[in-house]
Design a protein around this ligand. Structure first.
Ligand SMILES: Nc1nc2c(c(=O)[nH]1)N[C@@H](CN(C=O)c1ccc(C(=O)N[C@@H](CCC(=O)O)C(=O)O)cc1)CN2
Ligand code: MG
Length: 288
């Protein structure tokens, strides 16, 4: 049996058509929605992601402002820039590309962003709202995964979903969003014992461990849904996920590729969050 592919690139293109239309409506009625992206330093992968974000905004009719700071910028310099963008009425979303240089506290930086402009959904307020099932800006990667599952008509209610990896950006919010869909959730991590025993029971596996080819075919129940969030380079420098795709696709019922799976959906959800933030701000002004 060969698994059905869930193609994030195609799904992204479909969703972006709606985003473009919505952006155009908002531009006509109010002004062009605007995302500010802050890149500190010269990390090559981050430069690629930021370029993709700027280009995706442009393609969808969303204004973007790219603010580049040198790697030796102080924490205060980054905070000052965020505070200026918080005050800027023409800026709807603010995103600080991670990782930041070691001498800058990521948590401090994230907490400086105005909650209403936190289009990454990383601010403590948005994290707390998500965990209480309240309206919030949802983190882009896990939200993109849910959209991919929905697009393949995968009903999560009562299913056993296992998330591999407990990062603040992906693993933990992923578990919350799966719970919201009434899945029974296992959040597994590097200290989890008898991992294979657990993965073999799972109807849905979300791999977000950051280790190339970590999830092997013998760890997957036949017919299970396998979502690969990993972005790694193998020994030949080729992009690969956390899933041993070539072998797992023979066992799984559904699978996502890398590249062309979750990655493009992360950026699409960022565009969607920017429109939500813009709409909220326009509504707030109308109600004043
Ligand atoms: N502030 C943030 N920082 C980071 C996030 C984030 O969501 N917010 N996530 C990752 C990086 N990331 C977005 O920033 C991201 C990574 C990968 C992709 C993507 O489309 N990947 C492509 C392959 C691209 C390539 O060739 O390298 C794919 O999978 O098809 C998009 C976004 C860490 N930092
Ligand atoms: Mg991400």
């Amino acid at each position: 049996m060969t698994a059905q592919l869930i193609n994030g690139k195609d799904l992204s293109q479909q969703i972006r058509k709606n985003i473009k239309e919505k952006a155009s409506q908002l531009t006509e009625k109010y002004r062009q929605p605007c995302l500010a992206v802050i890149l500190v330093g010269e990390d090559p992968a981050s430069q690629v992601y930021v370029r993709n974000k700027v280009k995706s905004c442009e393609d969808c009719g969303i204004k973007s402002i790219l603010q580049r700071l040198p790697a030796d910028s102080t924490e205060k310099e980054v905070i000052d820039l965020i505070n200026a963008l918080n005050q800027d009425k023409e800026v709807d979303g603010i995103l600080v590309q991670l990782p930041l240089p070691k001498h800058i506290s990521e948590q401090k930086i994230i907490e400086t962003i105005d909650v209403a402009k936190d289009v990454d959904g990383f601010h403590l307020h948005n994290v707390g709202a998500l965990s209480c099932g309240l309206p919030c800006l949802k983190p882009c990667t896990p939200h993109g995964v849910i959209k991919m599952l929905e697009s393949a008509n995968i009903d999560l209610e009562g299913k056993l979903a296992l998330v591999l990896g407990r990062s603040n950006i992906v693993g933990k919010p992923m578990a919350q969003l799966l719970l919201e869909k009434n899945a029974t959730v296992i959040l597994a991590h590097s200290k989890t014992r008898n991992l294979q025993k657990l993965t073999l029971q799972a109807d849905v596996i979300i791999a977000a461990v950051g280790r190339p080819l970590f999830l092997k075919a013998e760890m997957v129940k036949p017919g299970a849904v396998v979502i690969d969030v990993g972005i790694n380079r193998n020994s030949e420098g080729k992009l690969c996920g956390d899933v041993d795709f070539e072998n797992v696709k023979e066992t799984a019922g559904f699978i996502t590729p890398v590249p062309g799976g979750v990655g493009p959906m992360t950026i699409t959800m960022l565009l969607e969050n920017t429109l939500i933030a813009a709409e909220n701000s326009f509504q707030k002004k109308e109600n004043q």
